[in-house]
Write a protein that binds this ligand. Sequence first.
Ligand code: COA
Length: 168
Amino acid sequence: MPRALAELAQSDVAAVAAIEARQHLTPWGASSFEDALRCGWHTTVLRDEVNPGLPTVVGYFVAMSAGDDEELLTLTVAPEYEGRGYGRILLETLLLEATARGAKRLFLEVRQSNQRAIHLYETAGFKMTGMRKNYYVTPADSVSGRPAGRENALLMVRVLNALKESPA
Ligand SMILES: CC(C)(COP(=O)(O)OP(=O)(O)OC[C@H]1O[C@@H](n2cnc3c(N)ncnc32)[C@H](O)[C@@H]1OP(=O)(O)O)[C@@H](O)C(=O)NCCC(=O)NCCS
């Protein structure tokens, strides 16, 4: 079994932070992943321990509970492994875990331009529930000539367990 899902470990932090830096315009640093471990947030890493020459970490996610709800904070697949279904496996894993924990809804925010992630979320049953205008910072990029700016966030939600009315 070449690939395995596990909770994020302190020994994964450097690899995960390196992937994060390559895959996000405003990446989490190692200290954010260490905070996630300290706070007991829900973390999962998918490791590949057999393919020589490829990174050990395939992808990962971090989510946190907020009352009856959960929020997906980061979901990332290493560039070498993109487009092979691992993003969907990680997302379905979180949906199963959050449902088993009794969460009612799973929320997330995504850059409006991130069509790849939006497609993944929509086909996993997420619905757009709002927009945060100019929410994300977009740093300038001297290589492409992209100027610094800001971008809207789409707020999406997936209902997991039916919301029940509390008895009066
Ligand atoms: C978004 C991300 C997690 C997807 O991971 P992945 O392993 O490449 O995704 P999968 O291979 O499981 O593919 C998921 C779907 O995206 C589709 N997809 C792939 N490239 C796409 C593109 N350029 N545009 C739209 N959809 C695309 C796939 O076809 C698949 O849909 P399908 O099953 O209906 O065919 C990954 O690209 C990533 O880490 N991106 C950078 C970080 C990021 O944006 N994270 C999300 C922040 S909210």
